[in-house]
Design a binder for this molecule. Structure first.
Ligand code: ZN
Length: 74
């Protein structure tokens, strides 16, 4: 599998309950519906319209950066 920056990119998601941010790898988030908050343990819904767009766009941007980098490195 080729190198991708999405393997290294962290996305910050805000917990509705405690308002703290939890950071997770984008590659992890695209395969999940919810993640537990690091602070209070409340499940953060990744399928809200806001989070769906955020995760999708970030993952796509990372894929594009990964492709561009793959062409630079010879
Ligand atoms: Zn929380």
């Amino acid at each position: 599998m080729p190198f991708s920056t999405s393997d290294l990119t962290l996305l910050r998601l805000r917990c509705d309950s405690c308002r703290q941010y939890t950071e997770k790898l984008v590659t992890l988030l695209v395969r999940k519906d919810t993640i537990p908050c690091s602070f209070c343990g409340t499940q953060i819904n990744l399928k809200t319209p806001h989070n769906t767009v955020l995760i999708k766009q970030t993952a796509e941007a990372c894929a594009k950066i990964g492709e561009a980098l793959a062409q630079v490195v010879s």
